[in-house]
Design a protein. Structure first.
Lengths: 139, 407
């Protein structure tokens, strides 16, 4: 599935829930199924700054596609990461670089995050795009 | 209990308490970060710009004189409130952090290599970093008073740190992260015996109990108006006259000078020497109104009521499975720092924010304390006299819900 389709799918899923409590509950569930980052990749240089909670993000390229692995010590943050990974993992670098990320605004996530967490989210997206840029130059 | 009797009318003084967050009534438990503002203070700011706005200390015209009188009246109020010897010992600054920087910067003059300064492990970053910068500039060495598991300072260790090289000791009166009330009377006495000056950061103390700088015999005492129901951007710095006279000015500019020529300028007398430029006039005047408001309620009444809230919240919190409270000092203010099981404090904060409850999560600008407990941070709830038992009960239910969701 391409990035746009995945984003639309996520927006539709979030539309099902009436309240933000339900949406949080869904995020928490999603957080439990993030593709685990290996312990060796949980290193200082993979930490994303700007989050009150810790976030590690690591990427690898396999068969021309970028695969993301991540973890966080906070479960809601993990839920947010899971949305990003679902959207951007297993995509080719060019598509990731060119993708817009307005699904985050569409599901109302950004308005519901504290400034601190919103900042962390922006940094996560930035890092995902940086990885894609780096991998596109390698190929 | 005076406050309890009048709680409904007190709450009406604070318009922000009617705010809705995500459709829920706001419950504000982040008072240690900043207190809310009563109508009389908001009105004072608005009145100033409607009828008084002018620059102080320099105009011959009527408005300037009136504004100057009001500004100086505020200084008198704080002088009396803290029992300073003279209004020249009260300096208005932009806040506690600024006040600490003003003093630490001035101490460059008095410190040389290998001199020692003492800080406590309970400090806010704002009472650590300026002094670290001072050490870098002067070659002085910083020593730390350790704390115990309960969040209390180790006084015998403190005594052993003091010696003839100790030049200044800086400790907070109340820990912002844990609420511990530190035994500053003993710290001041022992420091003076060793010949060291003492700065007390009273940002978290001034809203909760009476402070008598003369009785304490403290050299510097600093706090912020915005934690005292006043506006942001006003700090109150008390300094003993002999110290303020010795300290060099922090910033140069208008108002702080006596004579200026290109060869040399001489400085104004206290307190103007430390109030360069146009100060936060409306803020200072409104801070005086806020102080009146608090004194009308009475700090003794406030303390009694806040202790009542603290006791209720502490015992209710302990009923929640997996709650660990950090900082259980014998004497503390209405602040509770805690975590639930191994759930990240930020997750709990996010869920209850959604229910309209405002708390602080994180390291509370006190990373050394978090390092001591080996945790990323805590959830901190802090009460003010306008909070209620009902609000605490709603919080407890919200925490139970969050814990269930996040476990």
């Amino acid at each position: 599935m391409n990035i746009n389709n995945i984003q639309n799918e996520i927006v539709e899923e979030f539309d099902i829930f009436d309240t933000w409590m339900d949406k949080y509950e869904y995020l928490i569930e999603l957080g439990k199924s993030v593709p685990k980052i290996s312990e060796e990749n949980k290193k200082e240089e993979n930490i994303i700054k700007g989050c009150q909670s810790k976030v590690w993000l690591h990427a690898e390229k396999e068969d021309g596609l970028v695969k993301f692995y991540a973890d966080s010590d906070a479960i809601i943050t993990k839920g947010i990461i899971s949305l990003l990974i679902r959207t951007f993992s297993n995509q080719n670098p060019a598509d990731i670089i060119n993708a817009n990320t307005d699904f985050i605004d569409k599901i109302g996530l950004r308005q519901h995050l504290s400034a601190n967490r919103a900042n962390g989210l922006n940094n996560m997206i930035k890092k995902i795009k940086y990885y894609a840029i780096a991998f596109s130059k390698l190929s | 209990m005076e406050i309890l009797k009048n709680i409904e009318s007190i709450r009406k003084d604070f318009p922000i308490l009617n705010t809705k967050v995500n459709g829920n009534q706001l419950i504000y438990f982040d008072n240690a970060a900043t207190s809310q503002t009563p109508n009389c203070v908001i009105k004072s700011i608005s009145d100033y710009y409607k009828s008084l706005n002018s620059n102080i200390h320099r105009g011959v015209h009527k408005l300037s004189q009136l504004a100057t009188d009001k500004y100086e009246e505020s200084r008198k109020k704080f002088k009396e409130h803290f029992n300073a010897s003279s209004t020249t010992e009260i300096i208005f600054t932009p806040g506690t952090t600024h006040s600490i920087n003003l003093i630490s910067n001035g101490f460059i003059k008095f410190l040389k290599k290998d001199d020692e300064i003492i800080v406590s492990q309970l400090e806010h970053h704002s009472n650590i970093v300026p002094w670290q910068m001072l050490c870098e500039k002067t070659g002085a060495i910083m020593k730390v008073i350790p704390m115990n598991e309960k969040g209390e300072l180790n006084l015998s260790k403190f005594s052993s740190l003091l010696n003839s090289k100790t030049k200044i000791v800086f400790v907070n009166h109340v820990s912002n992260a844990l609420g511990t009330v530190n035994p500053i009377e003993i710290i001041i006495e022992k420091s003076h015996q060793a010949g060291a000056a003492v700065l007390i950061d009273g940002a978290q103390a001034a809203p909760h109990f009476e402070i008598d700088v003369k009785k304490l015999d403290v050299d510097f005492y600093v706090c912020s108006a915005h934690k005292l129901c006043g506006p942001t951007g006003v700090g109150i710095l008390y300094g003993k006259k002999e110290w303020l006279e010795k300290l060099p000015p922090y910033q140069g500019g208008g108002e702080m000078i006596d004579q200026v020529s290109f060869e040399k300028s001489t400085y104004a007398d206290l307190p103007n020497k430390f109030e360069a430029g146009t100060p936060n006039i409306s803020g200072v005047i409104a801070s005086g109104i806020a102080l009146d408001y608090i004194n009308k309620l009475g700090l003794e009444n406030i303390k009694k009521y806040e202790d009542y809230l603290l006791d209720h919240a502490t015992s209710k919190l302990k009923e929640i499975e997996g709650v660990k409270i950090y900082g259980e000092a014998k004497i503390k203010t209405s602040v509770i720092s805690f975590n639930i099981k191994n759930i990240h404090p930020y997750d709990v904060g996010s869920v209850i924010d959604n229910l309209g409850i405002a708390v602080r999560t994180g390291h509370h600008c006190a990373q050394p304390i978090m390092d001591y407990f080996d945790i990323p941070g805590t959830i901190r709830i802090s009460f003010s006299f306008y909070n209620t038992i009902d609000e605490i009960n709603i919080l407890i239910e919200a925490l139970k819900k969050a814990s269930k969701m996040l476990s």
